[in-house]
Design a protein around this ligand. Sequence first.
Ligand code: AP5
Length: 235
Amino acid sequence: MRADLDRRHEPRRIILLGPPGAGKGTQADVIASRLDVSHISTGEIFRANVDAATILGLQAQSYMDSGAMVPDELTTKMVSRRLNEDDVVDGFLLDGFPRNLNQAEFLDEASRTTGNTVDLVLELHMPAEEVVQRLNGRLVCGHCGRSWHAQLNTTRVDGICDTCAGPLHQRDDDREDSIRRRLELYEQQTTPLLTYYREQGKLVPVDALGPIGTVNDRLLAALDAHAKTDTTARR
Ligand code: AP5
């Protein structure tokens, strides 16, 4: 953060959009800790429920395994509960939600009630061919959930997470058929959100190609630019 920027003008309620494999999960923790806001990943919440065999997990699992979207009714109920938890009052970074217009309208309505309106929507932009390569090699830690990659983002010891020494595995939905389905759904259902948020003046596209650190620098620059614009507008 540059010295002339007032941290009070940094965005506090952010959506991270992008196709599967664009790096949302990889980048989200860095942004959330820089802004000191909670990272809310609907995919991670669903996966935790599947692992714990909760009713929600049992309802969600077959949709997730095939690369389909979990029905809006289940998803919005779960997000609504999460958005009402204490740690979210001061801000949030949403990763994987909203994923269609119905969910975006639900979020707008919920924000009107709580006053927690979304400040900024960061779109990680990436072509489909790259998605398949990234997801084919993805390895996820069974303990802390951190994502690694067999070629592009390797750990020091094969099969062991650098962060917590947990065992790495492939996600059940990182099969070719499920990846294709998720990409199709992204094109059909999620890309209309780009227009939706562009028209609200909230969308900032960020190139998701290149090394993780480079993409991270671009995202942090987008946050700085937003804070600067907001500071200038208030003068
Ligand atoms: P979710 O977990 O949200 O999956 P997704 O959107 O398909 O996104 P991914 O987690 O696959 O990708 P990512 O962008 O986080 O990439 P990552 O950082 O891991 O959702 C899973 C399922 O849950 C959905 O299919 C659906 O069924 C359900 N669901 C979730 N939300 C829902 C909703 N709102 N409504 C209905 N259903 C919902 O990176 C990928 C790989 O690339 C990693 O290996 C990483 O190490 C590597 N990598 C990242 N960045 C770079 C880089 N710059 N260079 C090289 N490698 C990189």
